[in-house]
Design a protein around this ligand. Structure first.
Ligand SMILES: N[C@H](CCC[C@H](N)C(=O)O)C(=O)O
Length: 293
């Protein structure tokens, strides 16, 4: 199947963008995996698909597949690239669009300086909506929101304390002294696939630099460590604000670039998280995707 695509990146998190506004391609998980493969395919952390609005309340449908071929609920860096794509491709003349994802509706706005601001919606702590093992995940009263002990499956591994929450997609945040020396390669896969997370989880390694500065590395569900994770930056800042480490606006430095996250916690736990960061096209191309079951 011959496909037109556009390669994009947001703070180094990279994407293949497909336009299905006129027709569906009907790709299989194996074909999404092929497109994401950095040796046999195009190469990307995620595949983003633009589809027509499923209802009048939004402008487009925004569909996300991880490099492992699985469809997921949300992708923050991808959302910024999404609005840059639909604007540059002439699919809209608006600089602010609303999109429907599996997790809900996002509002995406192109800024004058080329960056993009996304209203990511409210974080979710309730176990019945957080795709985790609900055991013991009842929301804690403010102030003593516990960091969750997680006994890693490997015997002899230390018990780590994680903050778990959802930005539409699941996140587990671990505080570390220095992201450079954090055990991302060793612990990331263990946390990602730990039995406590029945739909797996994105594992964030957070270094608190100051009340308005953080450094973060993320071992992403279905993609491994990426150069940036937008929902991961949102989850880390929200967890840090609730645990008293941050003010309500934090610059987060990830290996691929900087994201600015704002959460007006004083408005309540249901306050929406806003993320601002870069979104850049890299190249466009045509590729023959093999027939894969
Ligand atoms: N790996 C994530 C999806 C992509 C999220 C990330 N690339 C972002 O920018 O938010 C998951 O399985 O939930």
């Amino acid at each position: 199947m011959r496909l037109h695509f556009t390669k994009m990146q947001g703070a180094g998190n990279d994407f293949v963008v497909l336009d299905e506004t006129r027709q569906r391609h009907g790709l299989t998980p194996a074909q999404y995996r092929w497109l994401a493969d950095r040796h046999f395919g195009v190469g990307a952390d995620q595949i983003l698909t633009v589809r027509p609005a499923p209802h009048p309340g939004v402008d487009f449908e925004y569909v996300i597949h991880n490099a492992d071929g699985g469809e997921v609920e949300n992708c923050g860096n991808g959302a910024r690239c999404f609005v840059r794509y639909v604007h540059d491709a002439g699919l809209t003349d608006r600089r602010c669009v609303r999109v429907q994802t599996r997790a809900g509706v996002l509002t995406l706005a192109l800024q004058g300086d080329g960056r993009v601001t996304v209203d990511m919606g409210a974080p979710v702590f309730e176990p019945d909506r957080v795709p985790f093992d609900a055991q013991g995940l009842a929301p804690q009263p403010e102030g003593d929101w516990q960091r969750w002990p997680l006994a890693l499956p490997a015997p002899g591994e230390p018990v780590v304390a994680l903050a778990v929450l959802s930005m539409g997609n699941p996140h587990a945040v671990l505080r570390v002294d220095d992201v450079q020396t954090a055990p991302v390669a060793a612990w990331g896969p263990l946390i990602e696939s730990h039995p406590r997370f029945p739909r797996r989880v994105n594992a964030g390694f957070l270094q608190v630099v100051g009340r308005e500065r953080a450094r973060l590395r993320v071992y992403e569900r279905g993609a491994g460590e990426t150069l940036a994770c937008g929902t991961g930056a949102c989850a880390a800042v929200v967890a840090g604000i609730r645990l008293g480490w941050f003010d309500e606006r934090v610059d987060v430095d990830l290996p691929g670039g900087r994201l600015t996250i704002e959460w007006p916690r004083h408005q309540g736990l249901a306050a929406p998280v806003r993320m601002t960061g870069p979104a850049e096209p890299v190249f466009s191309g045509v590729v023959d995707v093999p027939e894969l079951p």
